[in-house]
Design a protein around this ligand. Structure first.
Ligand SMILES: [Zn+2]
Length: 232
């Protein structure tokens, strides 16, 4: 009885708040979660976690020493991944990030390399953006990864140095020179040795390079980079 009432409300809810696929906009059937089966089948997976010398990892060569770099999906303009990123960033759909994190975590957990990580650190969002959006999309992705990888998320270790950020906001070139200054590591953080640094879309990798350098300076030796999507 209770189950059927629950189902009734679920169906009722679906009537007014239909569950749609965050990639194609189509209706979801009961067992589907955030994405339809067809989209899950068709999404452009990179499988970079299986390829150590992948295109993203190569981007960091000669810039900073990292353990690995991978991204879940290829970002292609006007494609399904663009829809997904739009939903995640601008349409108040944090669960999209969590769901994708869970999906990628299911793959990563099969690789010994990723099970040896002791903490997941999301790239922090500017507080103004956080206030507007209500959540950090990279942190949502990290939370999903954490669920299937069984590795804790540390959102307070890497933070934005707002004082320095406002000083450097004057001109673009000045800002670039001081990129490293806009992130800092919270003192008295738990001792970590091998972390997964997580971002949403990776393009040039400049932000991640800066974050990785700041983390390494604080004593965290091994940095693995992980993105939700990678723009080739
Ligand atoms: Zn779909």
């Amino acid at each position: 009885m209770a189950a059927s009432i629950k189902q009734f409300f679920k169906d009722f809810d679906a009537l007014f708040f239909p569950n749609i696929c965050q990639a194609c906009g189509g209706s979801l059937v009961q067992h589907e979660n955030s994405f339809c089966t067809i989209c899950l089948h068709q999404l452009p997976y990179t499988n970079y976690h299986l390829i150590p010398d992948n295109k993203l990892a190569k981007q960091f060569w000669g810039r900073i020493k990292i353990q690995s770099a991978a991204a879940f999906l290829y970002f292609n303009k006007a494609g399904k991944v663009q829809n997904i990123m739009h939903q995640l960033k601008y349409n108040n759909q944090p669960k999209v990030g969590v769901e994708l994190g869970k999906l990628y975590g299911k793959e990563l957990v099969k690789e010994i390399h990723y099970t040896q990580i002791d903490g997941i650190i999301p790239v922090p969002l500017h507080p103004k953006k956080f206030k507007k959006r209500g959540y950090n999309q990279s942190e949502q992705f990290a939370n999903g990864l954490s669920e299937t990888l069984k590795i804790p998320v540390f959102s307070d270790i890497l933070i934005r140095d707002l004082e320095k950020e406002s000083q450097t906001g004057k001109s673009r070139s000045l800002r670039f020179d001081n990129m490293e200054a806009v992130f800092k590591v919270q003192s008295n953080h738990p001792k970590l040795n091998n972390v997964l640094l997580v971002d949403d879309t990776i393009t040039t990798g400049a932000t991640l390079e800066t974050c990785a350098a700041v983390l390494q300076n604080s004593g965290i030796e091994n940095i693995n980079i992980l993105g939700l999507a990678f723009t080739e």
